[in-house]
Ligand binder design. Structure first.
Ligand SMILES: NC(=O)c1ccc[n+]([C@@H]2O[C@H](COP(=O)([O-])OP(=O)(O)OC[C@H]3O[C@@H](n4cnc5c(N)ncnc54)[C@H](O)[C@@H]3O)[C@@H](O)[C@H]2O)c1
Ligand SMILES: C[N+](C)(C)CC=O
Length: 490
């Protein structure tokens, strides 16, 4: 593998202080694909010190935004140049199909390009001051040293949502990928170095959440922590971030509803419902795993879904005809199995799947069959908890208000969908759905220009769009009195 397989701290490619390493496993066949340094608190502290010193020294924060933007745009170009290599690394690490990984890399380049172009356009504004003879202006400045922690399901995509806006706005940063999927993070650091990101500005530390992640979240030299991952970890990070009242951005899980009305185009809704869940074997925060289907079309809809699911081709992400790859790890496969077992025990009807495949060619990988449960009710574990696997639950409704009530019956509020040909009805539902994104006649679409994030326990703050760059800035009001006079109050 033509990759450095090191951490990147203060402009140098380094091993872990301890000398420890970790083997990275291909989830398709359990082969070791790479061995990388396993950093710990001491590596995190070294990276934080470099980022702190670089930020405080000031050159990067005061580099003209146009220049920083040009570097971020250059990273986009390099990602486009190396798209195939990056996609290959992502599929090796995660098991997802090459087609999906190629799409991710296009999206990632788009994110760097978007923030590269936005870098010099959000400088601040003059306010119409109510005080005579004064100038009142609002400027945006970088927050400082940013800690960034990413998950294993969309490793580089989630990283791009953090790296690009942080760099564009003049912050310094330390990023920690999931310990089991570090390869595309390493590669993008090679590209960032090539694009001209100065030493100390962007640092990469590899290692576990309990060590590196916990240090980034609690260290008082870190000014902002941006985390994407599970709700349990998110709560720990929120607590740790209170050490110095860090700025906090949390992108957490989802248990996303997809409402299907009887007046929809059935073929479209079936197709989109499948797309909404089964990419990357359902390991998507915004997977539309809670189908809420109008009773009059329920049986026909479920039948159509099941017939298509039965034909899914599972296999290696590198085979052209594979539609669904494996789950990420043995541990996660076990978790999904237990989740499905809970569904069966709580009385849901298994319409298809529900177990590991029997195909001898898939026995080395962490595969689970695409699964559909019917006769589901809101009190069931499979309806309330995020399974993060290829599992759909189907609930029925008869009235519009009931559909919205079911959709909102969750601690999560990340995303949801509505399928209907009655646009007024769709708009009414969208207005009442308590989620950061609502799709109408669409599911799982995202692009750099529109903000992404969750209501309720799906998170705090927004990534992407203008809010995604504002997260990385502090707002400062500068007031200038053009005709100062003594007040003589005291
Ligand atoms: N909202 C979104 O946009 C979004 C996007 C992708 C994934 N997710 C969510 O991510 C979850 C799956 O990812 P995961 O299993 O990698 O999540 P996770 O919470 O287990 O791990 C995420 C990251 O946090 C680190 N971590 C673990 N413990 C930590 C600690 N105590 N302190 C600091 N860091 C720690 C991990 O090493 C990893 O890098 C799902 O819940 C999914 O919905 C959300
Ligand atoms: C945000 N998204 C959809 C790219 C990945 C969620 O896991």
């Amino acid at each position: 593998m033509d990759l450095k397989l090191k951490q990147y701290i203060n402009g140098k490619w380094v091993d872990a202080n301890s000398g420890n390493t970790r083997d990275i496993i291909n989830p398709y066949n359990q082969e070791i694909i790479a061995t990388v340094p396993e950093g710990d608190e001491s590596d995190a502290k070294a990276a934080i010190a470099a980022a702190r010193e670089t930020f405080d020294q000031g050159d990067w924060a005061t580099t003209p935004a146009t220049e920083r933007g040009a570097i971020v745009t250059k990273i986009a170009e390099l990602i486009e140049r190396d798209n195939e290599e990056l996609a290959h690394l992502e599929s090796l690490d995660t098991g997802k199909t090459m087609e999906e990984s190629r799409g991710d890399m296009e999206d990632i380049a788009g994110v760097f390009r978007y923030y590269g172009e936005l870098a010099d356009k959000e400088g601040g504004e003059l306010i119409d001051s109510p005080i005579p003879n004064s100038i009142s202006k609002v400027v945006r400045e970088p927050v400082g040293v940013c800690g960034q922690i990413t998950p294993w399901n969309y490793p580089l995509l989630q990283a791009s949502w953090k790296l690009a806006p942080a760099l564009a706005t003049g912050n310094t940063l330390i990023i920690k990928p999931s310990e089991i999927t570090p390869l595309t993070h390493i590669k993008v650091f090679e590209l960032m170095e090539e694009a001209g990101v100065p030493a100390g500005v962007a640092n990469l530390v590899l290692g576990s959440g309990a060590t590196v992640g916990a240090e980034l979240s609690s260290n008082e030299d870190v000014d902002l922590i941006s985390f994407t991952g599970g709700i349990v970890t998110g709560k720990k990070i929120m607590q740790a971030a209170s050490s110095n009242v860090k700025k906090l951005a949390l992108e957490l899980g989802g248990k996303n509803p997809n409402i299907i009305f009887a007046d929809t185009d059935l073929d479209l809704a079936v197709d989109q419902a499948l797309n909404g869940v089964f990419f990357h074997a359902g390991q998507i925060c915004s997977a539309g795993t809670r189908l809420i289907v109008e009773e009059s079309i329920h049986d026909e809809f479920v039948h159509a879904l099941v017939e298509r699911v039965k034909k899914f081709k599972l296999g290696s992400g590198f085979d052209e005809d594979t539609q669904m790859g494996p789950l990420i790890s043995a541990e996660h496969l076990e978790k999904v199995e237990k989740y499905v077992q809970a569904g069966i025990e709580e009385g849901a009807t298994l319409a298809v799947g529900g177990k590991r495949p029997e195909d001898p060619e898939l026995q080395q990988g962490f595969f689970f069959l695409p699964t559909i449960f019917t006769d589901c009710t809101t009190d069931m574990t499979v309806v309330q908890e995020e399974g993060f696997g290829p599992v759909i639950t189907v609930e029925k409704f008869t009235k519009e208000e009931e559909a919205v009530k079911l959709a909102n019956d969750s601690i999560y509020g990340l995303a949801g969908g509505v399928f209907t040909n009655d646009i007024a009805k769709a708009e009414r539902c969208a207005a009442k759905m308590r989620m950061g994104t609502v799709w109408i006649n669409e599911f799982n679409l995202y692009f750099p220009h529109a903000p992404w994030g969750g209501f309720k326990q799906s998170g705090i703050g927004r990534e992407l769009g203008k809010p995604g760059i504002e997260e990385y800035t502090e707002t400062k009001h500068i007031f200038q009195n053009l005709k100062p006079e003594t007040i003589n109050w005291f």
